[in-house]
Ligand binder design. Structure first.
Ligand SMILES: C[S@@+](CC[C@H](N)C(=O)[O-])C[C@H]1O[C@@H](n2cnc3c(N)ncnc32)[C@H](O)[C@@H]1O
Length: 304
């Protein structure tokens, strides 16, 4: 297996999607391998905190930690459905169908509710646009890279690797498009990057509950693991091959770089090919989530 991988790595990939090399290559999964990870929400993630008999929360405002709350109608509803909710705060002077829908969902999932002034919801959501609903959630359970590979069922998975995205709106927006285009997983670094916060969850309009996210301490190591599993790994910058010639056949991973610094030089060394979205105007680059969206839809367009 290793030898075959090295052979493949030594030759530059043809952009002809019918090339012999890419045809029929299977995603190398070990059937029946032992699971060493917890499945994410909506795919059977168990949550012992959620299942334990509920105690009413103390009345004081909990410590505000963006990873502990979901906000807004979509973010809250999806987190409730994913059984991550532990307490719903509803703005006391608001009513309406969407608020009622969220309340019904909380009741359905036996999540306690508290009516509170807007000032308290503002505080809990760190002044995010909460739309009158804030949900205390159990922390998101990230997958490991092995866990992500293990649970991926596509023959030719497509993963996004985010090299230190810092803006939660960019991350949320990327997750939203990832869900829309059927991306099999998103890989993020543990340090110097945004994790799954309330703003990410809201911007993703709940997609965060559907797209598996793996968090790793070393992206370069994660990429080497993917290469060992026969993935083609692509980077994105302004000096690569025109993305319209991208051969998306087979297991594929695509790296999107940091908003300011782009992809780190260390990771560029690991990629099979760099890709570029041509630009004819005056600005230097696209927004990271816009570039990610273009690339995700390119895979979708070519594969569907
Ligand atoms: C705002 S850009 C970073 C710009 C950074 N100064 C650089 O030189 O790479 C953030 C990320 O979006 C992606 N990106 C933006 N515009 C792109 C383009 N035209 N082609 C390919 N990728 C692009 C790349 O992944 C890039 O790392």
């Amino acid at each position: 297996m290793k030898k075959q991988t090295n052979q493949r790595r030594s030759s530059k990939r043809s952009n002809d999607s019918d090339s012999k090399e890419s045809k029929g290559r299977k995603f190398d999964k070990k059937p029946g391998a032992k699971k060493d990870f917890k499945e994410p929400n909506r795919r059977g993630r168990e949550n012992s905190r959620h299942e334990a008999p509920r105690k009413e929360q103390p009345e004081e405002t909990p410590t505000t930690n963006a990873e502990d709350f979901a906000i807004g109608f979509y973010g809250v509803s999806e987190a409730l459905e994913a059984k991550r909710g532990n307490k719903l705060f509803v703005q006391e002077d608001l009513s309406g169908r969407r608020i009622d829908d969220v309340k019904k969902l909380a009741t359905k999932h036996s999540v306690p509710m508290q009516f509170a002034p807007k000032s308290k919801l503002d505080l809990l959501s760190d002044h995010g646009n909460h739309q009158g609903v804030v949900l205390g959630v159990t922390p998101y359970e990230y997958l490991t890279i092995e866990g992500l590979l293990e649970q991926t069922t596509s023959e030719a998975p497509f993963y996004l690797i985010l090299d230190s995205i810092e803006d939660p709106h960019n991350f949320g927006s990327i997750l939203r498009t990832a869900d829309a285009t059927g991306v099999d997983g998103v890989i993020i670094p543990k340090h110097r990057a945004v994790g799954i916060t309330s703003v990410v969850s809201k911007t993703s309009t709940g997609a965060v509950e559907h797209v598996p996210v793996a968090r790793v301490t070393n992206l370069a190591q994660a990429i080497r693991t993917l290469k060992d599993k026969q993935f083609w790994v692509y980077g994105t910058d302004m000096n690569g091959t025109d993305y319209r010639h991208w051969n998306v056949a087979g297991p594929t991973a695509l790296i999107i770089g940091n908003e300011g610094k782009g992809i780190s030089p260390g990771l560029k060394k690991e990629v099979d090919e760099m890709l570029t979205i041509p630009m004819t105007g005056h600005v230097q680059s696209l927004n990271a989530s816009v570039a990610a969206g273009v690339m995700m839809y390119e895979v979708f367009r070519k594969r569907h």
